[in-house]
Design a protein around this ligand. Structure first.
Ligand code: GLA
Length: 729
């Protein structure tokens, strides 16, 4: 039993393998948070604060006990307008205009298995993997009922949380904020790790101390965004990769999000995370419910690497429903950087022949194959083949590619429309625009109102026909601009605040229907690179294009930042041409391969431009990739250095779960004359086992490699790289 209710003390205790989470019902019916941290037995109610704190009010029934205030108690899900001035988790507004909620206990239930959410992606559980606690709280004045859901994966050290709000009153209720979780930490010196960025430079790690006051990470772009990934970590000031306490908060959501962290007057910290509340509102008729997205919570007292590994495993095994999640993926050649919009069937077939000759598994036809699409000014929305480029249609091309022994994949951007398209001319009202105002354009395109069922049904019909009529084995699902002018032509005025979330629900619906109907098609997410790299998308697709920046040296920092939350098996990474098209930098082919191999591997270049020597090098890369594939996809990931610091090497490592093999990857980011030795200590090996390096007859103990480390031969030239493969003997 991972969830226990103690009726005497009115405590709920959740145990995972290495963490404990505890709550208690106060005599007032408020649900207090007592503890979340390293696994421990006993009751933590001695931590409850009881000290009069000036200007912190007291609930009416405790008005003579000034030492008890909601403003200083740790709470499980904070209300609003009830005397707790810190971050609110929920803000309901009644028909009479009553704002806020004071949430008190109604009932609870402990049941086997995992809860499910309606229309939203969520983790799943097999057999007895998870147990669920449901605690219902309610606010009498507004009729708001809040069901807090916790599914506990004891062995995996993950607690998933979600919130279901019901209007238990007699009149309509408007929700202006509904967080997925609230987490109060009474003590500690915490730092925030968050992953910011921009197009071509996603998920850059920043680690900052918490200030007294509120820090916010979020996106109002209608997408999880290049700028602020929804995943955040709070860690102890002294936490490192290998030691120290850290908490991860991972929203399973791809739209507007906000994570707020407040350190209050007494030094306590509150995290509130969920859908961004700006512009958001949701109206519930009496009896209706609203599900807030799920968030995945994990705690590690053994540092950041452990926390990351927990998320990696969980995403692969318990979040992503694709059959490809734990399966080998085809190595692909993508046409984008090879020819952009400039191709015809003959060019594609020559790419396919070259790809086959190298040993690649699949040709992916990127943008430009449909409608009137010769540049990025037109055609989006018209998902039928551009006969000017591909005479006779897709089917003969696919057949010829298949006849060469290659699979065929294709790019789509279903949520978008160009003004210059048949679809827009037929249905201008399908795009998100505000009446009386010219819409903000992005890459010359508009966004379809995915909150409309007719739009989603239309896209499903067109795209399922595309997949049915052609032997397409891979889809790259792109999304190349953020939302603006979020105004839906089908919602009444009082419901316009629902449009952005309804958009995400419609997008999930389409993704769900297509991935369910075509389980054998491998789907890859993409959003101008990695602008929608989040756990919501990863519930449907096993891999996401990490960034439009394919420069191997820049990718080191992007993939490093991404690795804090997301597994290597989810990171789309390709070898592209040198000099690189985004930065102009030249890097060795080997370095580009070493970096891309730590993701879902492929090439994004024109092989016809390669020398015979380079082609042979690629054949060797493909052989190595196949050998290391299972280890990289399913192994434990260790960050050995931070590639952005001045120590001149980026190093990371994969270790098989049974510790039978390990792969050390090294890139020199700053070559030196008369270099100091490159020395690294490996991690995660079996100290008592003997390991042999592939290229060397010598045998090392795991302990020697971890404690004494290994010294690499000097690497010479611009950005050289090495891969060292160790196996147990
Ligand atoms: C986005 C993607 C690229 C490519 C182009 C095509 O930018 O991230 O990989 O598919 O669109 O227009």
């Amino acid at each position: 039993m991972s969830i226990l209710f103690d009726d005497n003390r009115k405590t709920y205790t959740i145990h995972t393998r290495s963490s404990t989470y505890q709550m208690q019902l106060a005599p007032t019916g408020h649900l207090l948070h007592l503890y979340y941290g390293r696994r421990a037995e006993g009751c933590f109610d001695y931590l409850i604060r009881s000290r009069d704190c000036g200007f912190s009010p007291n609930p009416y029934e405790l008005r003579y006990q000034r030492e008890w205030s909601l403003d200083t108690q740790m709470q499980e899900y904070s209300g609003a307008q009830n005397g707790d001035y810190r971050l609110s988790a929920i803000l309901p507004v009644t028909a009479e205009g009553i704002h806020g909620a004071d949430l008190r206990y109604v009932r609870h239930e402990i049941r086997p298995g995992k809860y499910a959410l309606r229309g939203l992606p969520a983790a799943f559980a097999r057999d007895s993997e998870a147990e669920t606690l449901s605690i219902t709280l309610a606010d009498a004045a507004s009729g708001t009922e809040v069901e807090l859901l916790y599914s506990v994966y004891e062995a995996l050290d993950v607690i998933t949380r979600a919130v279901r709000v019901t209007n238990a009153g007699k009149a309509a209720l408007r929700l202006e904020k509904v967080a997925s979780l609230c987490l109060d930490l009474p003590f500690g010196d915490w730092e925030l790790l968050h992953f910011h960025g921009r197009h071509c430079m996603e998920r850059q790690l920043e680690r900052v101390p918490l200030m007294t006051g509120i820090q916010t990470v979020g996106s109002k772009r209608g997408m999880s965004s290049h700028q602020h990934n929804p995943f955040t970590i709070l860690c102890a000031h002294d936490a490192t990769e290998d030691a120290g306490e850290c908490y991860g908060v991972m929203p399973v959501y791809s739209g507007n999000h906000k994570t707020e962290i407040e350190t209050d007057q007494m030094g306590a910290t509150r995290v509130v995370s969920g859908i961004h509340d700006e512009g958001f509102s949701w109206t519930l008729a009496p009896g209706e419910t609203f599900d807030a997205p799920e968030a995945l919570l994990s705690f590690s007292h053994e540092g950041l690497t452990k926390l990351s590994q927990t998320y990696h495993r969980f995403i692969r095994d318990n979040l992503c429903r694709s059959k490809f999640s734990n399966a080998p993926r085809p190595v692909l050649l993508n046409s984008w950087e090879a020819c952009y919009f400039d191709f015809d069937a003959e060019k594609l077939l020559s790419l396919a022949r070259e790809a086959k000759n190298l040993g690649v598994d699949m040709l992916v036809l990127d943008d430009g194959w449909f409608g009137k699409r010769d540049d990025d000014l037109s055609g989006l929305g018209d998902w039928y083949v551009n006969e000017n480029k591909l005479h006779g249609g897709l089917a003969p091309l696919v057949k010829q590619v298949n006849d060469l022994g290659l699979k065929f994949g294709i790019w789509i951007e279903p949520e978008m429309v160009n003004e210059d398209s048949e679809l827009y001319r037929a249905h201008p009202d399908w795009a998100l625009t505000v009446p009386g105002r010219g819409p903000a354009m992005g890459r010359d395109q508009l966004v379809l109102d995915m909150g409309r069922k007719d739009v989603v049904d239309y896209l499903y019909a067109v795209l399922s026909a595309l997949l049915r009529d052609n032997h397409i084995e891979y889809i790259k699902w792109d999304f190349n601009r953020g939302l603006a002018d979020v105004y839906s032509r089908v919602l009444p005025p009082e419901r316009q605040g629902e449009a952005a979330h309804r958009y995400v629900l419609g997008m999930y619906d389409l993704l769900d229907r297509l991935t369910t109907a075509f389980p054998d098609v491998l789907f890859e997410g993409c959003a101008g690179g990695g602008g929608r790299f989040d756990a919501g998308m990863l519930a449907y697709v096993p891999q996401i294009w990490c960034s439009d920046n394919t420069d191997a040296i820049e990718r080191l920092a992007i993939q490093y930042g991404t690795s804090f939350g997301y597994p290597a098996s989810s990171m789309g990474a390709h070898v592209s041409a040198s000099p690189n098209h985004q930065t102009g930098r030249s890097t060795p082919l080997e370095t580009r391969a070493v970096v891309a191999m730590s993701g879902t591997f492929g090439y994004e270049l024109d092989p016809a431009l390669l020398s015979a020597e380079e082609k042979n090098a690629i054949r060797d890369q493909l052989a190595r990739q196949r050998k290391y594939d299972a280890l990289i996809r399913g192994g434990d990931y260790y960050r050995l250095t931070d590639p952005r610091d001045a120590k001149r090497i980026a190093a990371w490592q994969f270790v098989a779960p049974d510790k039978s093999e390990a792969l050390l990857n090294v890139v020199v980011t700053h070559p030196e004359a008369n270099p100091r030795p490159l020395h690294l200590r490996l991690k995660g090996l079996d100290p008592d086992a003997s390991y042999q390096l592939d290229s060397d007859a010598r045998v090392y103990s795991g302990a020697a490699l971890m404690y004494g480390g290994c010294t690499l031969d000097a690497l010479f030239g611009d950005y050289p790289a090495a891969q060292l493969y160790f196996h147990k003997v």
